[in-house]
Design a protein around this ligand. Structure first.
Ligand SMILES: *[C@@H]1O[C@H](CO)[C@@H](O)[C@H](O)[C@H]1NC(C)=O
Ligand SMILES: *[C@@H]1O[C@H](CO)[C@@H](O)[C@H](O)[C@H]1NC(C)=O
Ligand SMILES: *[C@@H]1O[C@H](CO)[C@@H](O)[C@H](O)[C@H]1NC(C)=O
Ligand SMILES: *[C@@H]1O[C@H](CO)[C@@H](O)[C@H](O)[C@H]1NC(C)=O
Length: 603
């Protein structure tokens, strides 16, 4: 009787974000290039902007771009009058000192990147003499994450004016072969559609986007100031359903594991819906809509429960029932009649959800630390907890901590017209569990990133990177142990050893992927630990960030400039920094059993 257990709480609150309007400047960008190279899902993007000051006097020239939140900036340079100025990644304290010293010399300036839905902002400026030129060059890196069966590379273009020589060049190289590639986003539509060239040849693909100045003024989100929008490159790779895709080079390896032809594991789901007064209006409507869609997607062998809460709890049924069409009709009627009113008691609701699976009820908590420990006791590592923040008035750090402690993830839902789709999209990411208790094992490997995963969902991907001891590929033996629907499964490579990828990936690339993943995971771990361990994790993260020159929440980049100019310091903002109190979360839980049958899947 293997069974996944899902519990879902949806809450909402409204805060609107006013987009700050950039002011028009006297400057002339004569060339703007975005060059993205993706190898083995690791994207390195370089934005190069060349600007001339056409005035008869010196002028402050701004460089202002957006990069994906998931990315780390790794390099920034300015070239002014033959002189190169390199940004330097330092510890936050060192950068702050430099910044403070500059401020005390009367040179105040600073960049704090602001946070949009998926993007962060990078902004700096420099004074350029009359009729002189400046070249800005920014590099950022990110590991593309597979969701809903695809990778997405998001490129934001807003040069702030039509540019004569505007180019986006994307090159993708995937050893496993590219199964499809699409170009989406606002910049791929209407007048701009024919500015795109797409070439796809088995393991490689190219996307070129070369809009003319006229085209740059006539797209949906374009105007006199030129383009303002996204180009989203969507693709996936071929899968062999075995051990997956392993690349090795320079003593490092990166393993992508995403089998899809496995049976789904039926789940037990409890949907816990916030119906307090703060859900008024659109949020409640969107939550109802999302819930009804999600109910429609349950399979007949799933079991589910449904309750709503404000300061009280309202059950549809006290126990889980099978997702038969009759039961689903009843639940949908209940869902349609959920009306917002009253205050919120998250703790009671979460715990009631847990009781329906566990009989571990607790009562009446408002203190966040107590909620943490209550939830942890109720869940007790038996299933993961996913949290979903709704709107901007959410204490995201709280949700994140609670989910990470229960081997889930936290996700922000943006209070927007598509909130129901965001809720549904997130649910779909975790709707089809294929494996549980996944253990990635690497004989002959060391310094591994996370290797144990409590579950693997269809459409996602598990990525592990590490070092190969003595760079000895002959003795390197990867394998995966996991529990599938009714059996224990082992994934191995029947050729024995793994092929070297030497020559197919750039030198040092896999090492950077390893560093990127390690830093990302350490940053998550840092949230969970305290005392001396926290300090240890921090110093490890810091060391790697500095070594690989990543701008992370622990480092800053000091932008060097000509003598006498303002010092800019670039920080990476933390998700949800400065947010208010907790209101909204989604809980998703899953557990599994296995009946002792084992099997071997090899490639
Ligand atoms: C883009 O960057 C890659 C890697 O740095 C380089 O090989 C390639 O020539 C660049 N392409 C263009 C069009 O600048
Ligand atoms: C998993 O996803 C693949 C590709 O989208 C699909 O063909 C397959 O049916 C899915 N498996 C399950 C169990 O839903
Ligand atoms: C990798 O692990 C070895 C010990 O196994 C350690 O000495 C070394 O410092 C580690 N390398 C990195 C980059 O962490
Ligand atoms: C991974 O899980 C296995 C089996 O439960 C356990 O023996 C091992 O210690 C775990 N490894 C890590 C790094 O947590």
């Amino acid at each position: 009787m293997e069974r996944a257990v899902v519990r879902l709480t949806l809450f909402g609150l409204l805060v609107s974000l006013a987009a700050s309007q950039p002011k028009k400047e006297d400057r002339d960008i004569y060339s703007f290039h975005i060059n993205s190279t993706v190898t083995s899902r690791y994207a390195t993007t370089i934005i190069t902007s060349r600007v001339v000051n056409r005035m008869d006097e010196s002028k402050e020239i701004e460089f202002h771009v957006q990069i994906p939140k998931n990315a780390f900036i790794s390099k920034f340079t300015m070239l002014i009058d033959g002189q190169v100025y390199d940004g330097v990644v330092k510890t936050k304290e060192q950068a702050q000192q430099q910044y403070t010293a500059a401020v005390s010399r009367g040179q105040s300036a600073g960049i704090v990147s602001s946070v949009g839905r998926t993007m962060e902002e990078f902004k700096t400026s420099v004074t350029v003499a009359a009729h002189k030129k400046v070249t800005f060059k920014l590099t950022y890196e990110e590991l593309l994450k597979r969701t809903h069966g695809k990778y997405e590379l998001q490129i934001h273009a807003r040069p702030m004016q039509p540019v004569k020589d505007f180019k986006v060049d994307v090159y993708i190289h995937e050893k496993a072969g590219i199964s499809f590639i699409d170009v989406k986003g606002g910049l791929s539509t209407k007048a701009l559609a024919n500015a795109i060239t797409k070439t796809h040849a088995d393991k490689q693909a190219w996307v070129y986007f070369y809009p003319t100045e006229d085209q740059q003024k006539t797209c949906d989100s374009c105007g006199e100031q030129g383009m303002n929008g996204d180009l989203v490159i969507v693709y996936d790779v071929n899968r062999n359903n075995g051990l997956g895709d392993i690349k090795t080079s320079d003593g490092y390896f990166v393993h992508h594991f995403a089998p899809s032809s496995l049976p789904r594991i039926p789940k037990n789901v409890v949907f816990v819906i916030d119906q307090s007064g703060s859900m008024h209006g659109r949020k409640m409507q969107q939550t109802r809509t999302a819930l009804i869609h999600i109910l429609n997607d349950l399979a007949e062998d799933d079991f589910f429960g449904l309750l709503s809460f404000n300061s009280d709890i309202f059950h549809w049924k006290r126990e889980l029932v099978q997702a038969t069409s009759l039961n689903l009709e009843g639940a949908k009627k209940f869902a349609q009649n959920i009306i917002e009113s009253g205050a919120t008691d998250i703790n009671a609701a979460v715990l009631e959800g847990a009781r329906m699976l566990n009989s571990h009820p607790r009562e009446g908590e408002t203190n966040l630390e107590n909620i943490h420990s209550n939830v942890r006791q109720a869940i007790a590592g038996k299933f993961p907890l996913y949290c979903l923040g709704f709107g901007f008035d959410v204490n995201f750090a709280f949700l994140e901590k609670m989910s990470l402690r229960n081997s889930g993830v936290a996700r922000r839902i943006y209070d927007d017209s598509d909130a129901d789709l965001q809720l549904k999209g997130f649910y779909e990411e975790v709707a089809t569990p294929l494996l549980t208790d996944v253990e990635m094992i690497y004989g002959g490997g060391t310094n591994l990133t996370q290797t144990n995963f409590s579950q693997y969902y269809n459409g996602s991907e598990i990525v592990v990177a590490g070092e190969i001891i003595d760079n000895n590929i002959e003795t390197f033996r990867p394998q995966v142990l996991a529990i599938s629907r009714k059996r224990k499964v082992t994934f191995v490579n029947t050729h024995g050893s793994v092929d070297s990828s030497a020559g197919t990936v750039a030198d040092g690339l896999l090492q950077r992927v390893w560093a990127y993943l390690t830093v990302k995971q350490l940053l998550e771990k840092e949230l969970l630990v305290s005392g001396p361990e926290k300090e240890k994790v921090k110093s490890e993260t810091l060391e790697l960030s500095l070594k690989y020159s990543f701008v992370t929440p622990l480092t800053s980049m000091v932008v060097t400039k000509p003598q006498g100019e303002n010092t800019d310091v670039l920080h990476k903002p933390k998700e949800g920094e400065g947010a208010g109190h907790t209101k909204y979360l989604l809980l998703y839980t899953l557990s599994s059993f296995f009946n002792g049958i084992s099997s071997l899947i090899s490639q």
